[in-house]
Structure formats: C-alpha cells, structure tokens
Design a protein around this ligand. Structure first.
Ligand SMILES: [Zn+2]
Length: 330
C-alpha cells in the first residue's frame, strides 16, 4: 500500500532496521512505504505565497522549515527543459562561473557523517529513490551518479578534492531530506551532499511551483545569530549542505530519447560543487525551422535543450578550478 501510515515512529524505526538486510523483494516494499511528503509548514506558506521565482521559494522555506536553524537555504538551482518553438534570438545568457558559497575545509560543524575527515566532500545517495523511469525501461541511477561524480573529481583542470560516496543508511531513522518529510525523525544532514534521487513530479511542482523542472540543487549556508551568512576567509558564504532532487515524471534515458540522465546528473552535481550557470542560448530560424544553440557548450549551460551535456566543457573545467583550485585553503 502506497500511503500506509504506521502507528508510531518506534514501530517504523524497527521496521526500517529490520529492512537493512532484506532481499530485493523486501527492499521494493520499503520503497513503497517511504513516501516523501511536502511538510505542513510549507503547505501553509504555499496557500498564502506566490512562489514563482527561486528567491520566493527560498524565502518561503527559510521562514518556515529553517526558522531558527544555524543554516538556511542560500540558492536553489533549477534545471529546466526549454521550449523549442520560440523565435526570440537570445533566449538566455548567464555567466556565473561559480556560486556565492564555498565548502570550508576543517569546518567541524560540517562533520555530519562523523568520519572526522573534513578535507573531502561526502556524498550520500538514497538507494530506494535511485531508479529513474526510463524511456526504454527503468534505469538504476547509482552507476550514473558514480560516473558523473568521477568526471568532476578527475576530469577538471584541477584535481584537488576527494569526493567520498556512500549510500544512505535507513537504519538511522533520520529523515534523509531537510525539506521533504519521509515520515522519519527530522535531524541535521548526514552528509555534505544528499542525493535524494527521483522525486514524484507532484512534489517537485508543489515545492518549486513549476512542472518543467528536470532537477534541482538546494544549497544551504551557515548563518550567524543575526541570520547573516558566515563568511569564509575569502569572503564567500560558508556552505553547510546541499540536496539534489530529480523529477521522476520524465522519461529518462542513456541516449537522447527522452531526457539524457547523465547530462542532468552531471549538471546538478556541478551545482553541489559550487558551479553556476554559464553560456548564452540563441535560436536561429531558417525556413520556419528553429534551431537552439548554446555558446560555449558546457554541462553548466542553464537550460536543457535536448543535447548531450554528459561531458565537461572547457569552461566547466576552468570554473571548477575557480572553486577548487586552492583547496584545502578556501
Ligand atoms: Zn542549473
């Protein structure tokens, strides 16, 4: 049953603990039981707020879910599918090489997973939500996550930081999202970056206010007692946490049929590693046929135009150096 409600958290925790050694069949039962929900506070804010912009969504979440927390959302990077029938010449141009925040090495507040290693960036995947609805059948996204993280870690012009990967441990009983309610105990993050995976389209739309979102990366920064971002030595905001969602409602694929999964994963992971959007999108119309062209071609182009972006472009590689070239001296 999809909307099964368990009587108490104690029972739920026990149930989950007992699932950690289950076989494939048991795990699929768990997938159905772990249903993310939009938190009540967010629903109430939605009834009164118009959240048409990322800034509006950010304000709404910070005023409800994250009021009084030592960290708040700093940016919400949304990756949308572009409409092809437009005849406007310049559709979009963004040249933000990196975002305004940085991970700070040796920041003890960020020892979320307790491993004591604060010179790497820890990524955690939520395995029950790592299956994409595929154009040619379901896709296990975990090998895709691994391969795309490896590109950022090893193929940029700077290979300064290690990315540590683990799978979210459901037996902790801690909610795997800071934003969505999975019916588990709310808590601090368990990792620097939590990849929630493929979230139902109605939830993407409820929180983000738009049905066209392929993926989203939320970035949180630490704040002081007055609510202002804590600055790093180099004047950036001190990054606390990042969370990534993909839209389960799209037909994903390993090719260009449907939406190319590698391209969207590589892009969102770029945001978790502090990269911004880069490139100018123009359309050229010849004999009624419109062609969309990005210049320069990078995975961090702001909109998905139905082309492969499953590789790092020259600006991706260089901008990665802007964020990571001096690591671990941020
Ligand atoms: Zn983006």
């Amino acid at each position: 049953m999809k909307n099964r409600i368990l009587a108490t958290l104690a029972i739920f925790t026990l149930f989950i603990s007992s699932c950690t050694e289950m076989d494939e069949k048991g795990e699929s039962h768990l997938v159905q039981t772990l249903t993310p929900k939009v938190p009540e506070a967010v629903k109430i804010a939605q009834a009164t707020n118009k959240r048409v912009t990322a800034e509006g969504i950010k304000g709404m979440l910070n005023e409800t879910l994250f009021a009084g927390k030592p960290y708040q959302i700093s940016s919400i990077c949304i990756y949308k599918n572009v409409e092809k029938q437009t005849t406007v010449e310049t559709i979009d141009q963004q040249f933000q090489s990196t975002l305004s925040h940085r991970w700070v090495p040796n920041d003890t507040r960020r020892n979320w997973n307790g491993d004591g290693n604060l010179n790497d960036i820890d990524f955690t995947y939520l395995a029950p939500f790592a299956t994409a609805n595929g154009f040619d059948g379901p896709i296990n996204a975990i090998p895709v996550y691994d391969a795309m993280l490896s590109k950022w870690e090893n193929e940029g012009y700077c290979n300064t930081v290690s990315l540590d990967i683990s799978v979210y441990d459901l037996s902790t009983g801690i909610n795997p999202s800071l934003i969505l309610d999975f019916g588990l105990t709310p808590g601090d993050p368990l990792s620097d970056v939590q990849v929630l995976g493929f979230v139902p389209p109605e939830i993407m739309e409820a929180v983000l206010g738009s049905p066209n979102v392929l993926g989203v990366a939320f970035a949180f920064v630490f704040i002081d007692e007055n609510g202002n971002p804590i600055k790093t030595k180099r004047g950036k905001d001190d990054k606390a946490y990042s969370e990534v969602w993909f839209n389960e409602g799209y037909p994903w694929s390993n090719s260009l049929n449907g939406i190319n999964i590698q391209s969207v994963v590589l892009h969102e992971f770029g945001h978790t590693l502090n990269l911004g959007h880069f490139g100018i999108l123009q359309s050229f119309t010849t004999n009624g046929e419109t062609e969309l062209v990005y210049q320069p071609v990078n995975t961090m182009n702001a909109l998905y135009i139905g082309e492969y972006r499953n590789f790092l472009g020259p600006n991706d590689k260089g901008n990665y150096c802007e964020a990571w070239g001096s690591w671990p001296w941020n």
